[in-house]
Design a protein around this ligand. Structure first.
Ligand code: NAD
Ligand code: UDP
Length: 351
């Protein structure tokens, strides 16, 4: 029996493949490569020392999905596939609703047709909008999202809840990620954004290797300990391990619908300047910065209460911000152009 991994060539998906393999699970990857190169999968193969099965296709293409279900025996799905750039979602909302929401509908329809009724879904802390307080608990209100990307996550959560009500055999686990950062400890895999990074950590990493000049810190007047925004950064390998626990849970006797939504964070909030300091310490590089005006749509503070994941999934983050910065820097300094230069070299990079 296999797990279908949609979006498995991407940043979080590719790291999850390694942890699934470590735990003895087998999987099929389905990805349209719109935001990932196959080189990430080559790296996974080197780390786990075996071949993996990859099918290129789009989740909106029902026939392509059906072919995968016809060709392989699949009993559950981890659904990472989706577009994730907040700014782009504001500029092109229809693209986001089509890719993320319509794509998920197609996937769920095909799953139903093939009686595959277990899914883990990549949601986000963005569904909480601007929360009244932190730590954020799973029962805090959701839906007051601030952009179309966040709304796609909220809508998909609601679709999954409705589907589970309509079909008692259907089981979903919704993981609300906080801020995934870091890279595999081998230094051969990590985050590889296209163009100028929108997110803090990849931007800092590119400064550390000399690709960008300085960090624009968005706002220095928030009600936080140093005036800059506070987030819950989670190491991507800890996040990957949460998916293994979620898959275990879906198949366990303990599974209960009442306990199927989990915050995946560390429970610790760090400011932008805390992250800069930690990165300087880990990399021994200068990270120049200038504090500028706030970024539209940003909130002051957001960190998780992760107790539920610990109690029910038996999962908790163990990696520190020093680990996150060290692993990010190792990845970025080994691969200043991400996976791209390696593809151009026809994979001649030596591990
Ligand atoms: P990513 O862009 O690296 O990976 C997503 C993968 O999905 C890519 O490989 C892309 O090619 C693929 N994809 C996109 N649309 C597809 C489609 N229509 N059909 C098939 N494949 C498609 O992103 P990531 O950081 O690994 O994020 C994975 C998931 O986690 C996404 O759903 C994202 O919204 C969610 N998430 C990410 C973050 C974050 O900060 N990285 C935070 C919260 C939630
Ligand atoms: N941030 C920043 N400069 C940047 C990118 C991000 O100051 O170039 C800040 C942002 O305002 C927020 C934090 O870093 O307080 C994390 O932002 P990111 O975009 O990584 O994640 P978000 O929580 O906004 O999804």
């Amino acid at each position: 029996m296999n797990i279908l991994i949609t979006g498995g060539a991407g940043y979080i998906g590719s790291h999850t493949l390694i942890e699934l393999d470590n735990a003895g699970y087998s999987f099929i990857i389905f990805d349209n490569l719109s935001n990932a190169p196959t080189e990430s999968l080559n790296r996974v193969e080197k780390i786990i020392n075996k071949s993996i099965i990859f099918e290129q296709g789009d989740i909106r293409d029902a026939q392509a999905l059906k072919n995968v279900f016809l060709n392989y025996s699949i009993n559950s799905v981890i659904h990472f596939a989706g577009l994730k750039a907040v700014g782009e979602s504001v500029a092109q909302p229809l693209k986001y609703y089509d890719n993320n929401v319509v794509g998920t509908l197609r996937l769920l329809e095909v799953m139903q047709e093939f009686h595959c009724k277990k899914i883990v879904f990549s949601s986000s802390a963005t569904v909480y909008g601007d929360p009244e307080s932190s730590p954020i608990k799973e029962d805090f209100p959701t839906g007051a999202t601030t952009n179309p990307y966040g709304r796609t996550k909220y809508i998909i959560e609601e679709i999954l809840k409705d589907l589970c009500v309509s079909d008692p055999e259907f089981k979903s686990v919704i993981l609300r990620y906080f801020n995934p950062v870091g890279a595999h400890e081998s230094g051969t895999m990590g985050e590889d954004p296209n163009g100028i990074p929108n997110n803090l950590m990849p931007f800092i990493s590119q400064i550390a290797v000399g690709k960008r000049e300085y960090l624009k810190v968005f706002g220095g007047d928030y009600a936080t300990h140093d005036g800059t925004g506070v987030r819950d950064y989670i190491h991507v390998v800890d996040l990957a391990l949460a998916h293994v626990k979620a898959i275990d849970y879906l198949s366990s006797e303990q599974f209960s619908r009442e306990h199927s939504i989990f915050n995946i964070g560390t429970g610790q909030g760090y400011s932008v300047l805390d992250m800069v300091k930690a990165y300087v310490k880990a990399s021994d590089k200068k990270i120049p910065y200038k504090i500028i005006e706030r970024r539209a749509g940003d909130i002051a503070t957001c960190f998780a209460c992760p107790n539920y994941a610990k109690e029910i999934l038996d999962w908790e983050a163990t990696r520190t911000i020093d680990d996150m910065c060290k692993d990010s820097y190792q990845w970025q300094s080994n691969n200043p152009d991400g996976y791209k230069n390696l593809q151009e070299n026809n994979g001649s990079f030596k591990f």
